[in-house]
Design a protein around this ligand. Structure first.
Ligand code: TYD
Ligand code: MG
Length: 455
């Protein structure tokens, strides 16, 4: 009998090769190829075109049950989920270590459990004593959660099969789970995929809302195969700078709701507190305007959040290569914006170090941030503060034009509500806020003239 051919699967992108190599030919990552369990000889010999049962077709407009969502009681978590947990769905939650995933899920489980829902929390990373200590610190030790430390999926599913079906099941984390039907150590692609498959099948068959905690890699993607993201219904990421208090729960994929809503939390001494009105959170609250600081009315789903963008420019005397450091924004986008400012507006950043920081540990993903970043950079370069109480938004094109962005009226309304009296943005914006003076800009050069020209 011919020996089954070995397969190697890239742990980063999931591509398959038949020869081990140091570098994945698909994604270029190093040392990510690992041997995968081979397909069985049986499955290779048999065709799938006969011998099955006929599947049933239904009309698209066949009557469907409305989604019965279950609110967790943590309003910010429910908001990010699009209105609560859907029974029989699987959620993958990623986030840096120590960001607060276990804390958030323990708090959500405790809320549900106190509300009468059966909750099971399986910890594969921490001993039960550690989880109990955390619960005590959070003041949740009395919540009737069924807690266990386990890593064998067979043990977990056997146990779950012998008890009342829970409403909420947390697996913390999927990388620590192990299935004895699959070769390989916990955390390898085939183990992660196989364990997730079994757990998701259990959740779907029994109407359980399942949360799988997933580790993230250095570049922020969820460790293990991308297929994990395809297998689940919702992918969420819990973000924030560990040195800051604020945490943002974002949904990156949601089969049952929108993906642009966020939940905002603050990590306090007694766990995560919900932040219901985050629009002031990322502002310094300073009265005097400073050079290099611009306020950006960001939009997160339907909620506007005002964020302060800070820039610092340091002129270098020597010929050393200048540094560019960014916290909270995209590095490549900053390079692009600097290039546009140099080539379209005649500014010179080439011999200067550029530092950009988004206040409060917030991470900007809204493309409308371009103009606010440009305003902060020009203000820092000129060492002149921007007009006090002003907000800036708009997308900048490579040609240096300011392009329109979505929901300018929402951004301006929130800015006016928080006491800002002047807005700068694309010329086509609609300003529905009488208290706010809006100035449309068409070119980045208009911004430069305005900042450089004003005293
Ligand atoms: P944790 O939920 O263990 O993070 P993850 O599961 O994402 O790895 O959170 C750990 C961090 O949160 C830890 O560094 C301490 C902090 N923390 C608080 O500040 N207050 C608290 O009440 C708790 C429980 C944790
Ligand atoms: Mg944890």
């Amino acid at each position: 009998m011919a020996k089954p051919k070995k397969r190697y699967v890239c742990q980063a992108c999931g591509s398959v090769t038949h020869r081990w190599q140091g570098q994945c030919p698909e994604c270029g990552e190093w040392n990510t190829l690992a041997e995968d369990a081979p397909a069985t000889v049986f499955s290779q010999k048999h065709h799938l075109s006969s011998g099955g049962r006929a599947v049933e077709f239904v009309a698209l407009d066949a009557p469907a049950e409305p989604l019965a969502r279950r609110a967790t009681g943590l309003a910010e978590f429910d908001r990010a989920l699009g209105g609560g947990l859907v029974p029989g769905s699987a959620i993958l939650m990623g986030g840096d270590p120590g960001i607060g995933k276990s804390t958030l899920l323990l708090q959500a489980a405790a809320k549900i459990a106190k509300d009468g829902g059966q909750c099971v929390y399986i910890s594969g990373e921490e001993a039960t004593a550690q989880v109990r200590m955390r619960a005590e610190r959070l003041g949740l030790a009395d919540a009737p959660i069924r807690l266990a430390a386990a890593t064998s999926v067979r043990d977990i599913l056997t146990t779950l099969g012998g008890m009342d079906t829970p409403a909420f099941l947390v697996i913390d984390s999927i990388q620590t789970m192990h299935s004895d039907t699959i070769e390989g150590a916990p955390g390898t692609v085939s183990q992660v995929r196989g364990c997730a498959f079994e757990l998701i099948r259990y959740a779907k068959e029994n109407g359980v809302a399942l949360v799988l905690v997933g580790h993230v890699t250095k570049d922020g993607s969820i460790a293990g195969p991308r297929v994990l993201e395809h297998m689940v219904d919702v992918v969420m990421s819990f973000e924030g700078e560990r040195s800051h208090q604020y945490r943002i729960l974002r949904s990156l994929k949601n089969r049952f709701g929108p993906v642009d809503e966020i939940g905002v939390f603050a990590m306090e001494g007694k766990g995560l507190e919900e932040v219901a009105n985050p629009s002031m959170l990322f502002l310094s609250g300073r009265e005097e305007p400073l050079a290099g600081s611009a306020v950006f009315p960001a939009l997160e789903g339907t909620r506007p959040v005002l964020v302060e963008v800070q820039a610092l420019i340091v002129r270098l005397q020597s010929g050393a290569t200048p540094r560019r450091a960014v916290v909270g924004w995209d590095n490549g986008r900053l390079a692009m914006l600097l290039a546009v400012l140099e080539s379209r507006c005649g500014l010179n950043f080439s011999s200067a170090e550029v530092y950009l920081n988004v206040a409060g540990g917030y991470r900007l993903s809204d493309p409308a941030a371009d103009l606010a970043v440009a305003a902060a950079l020009v203000s820092a370069l000129a060492d002149k503060p921007l007009p006090g109480k002003s907000v800036w938004f708009g997308e900048v094109s490579l040609a240096g034009e300011i392009r329109p962005v979505a929901h300018s009226n929402l951004r301006l309304r929130e800015s006016a509500k928080l006491g800002f009296d002047c807005g700068f943005g694309p010329s086509e914006a609609d300003n529905g806020s009488p208290g706010l003076n809006y100035r449309g800009l068409t070119q980045l050069a208009n911004l430069v003239d305005r900042v450089m020209g004003s005293q």
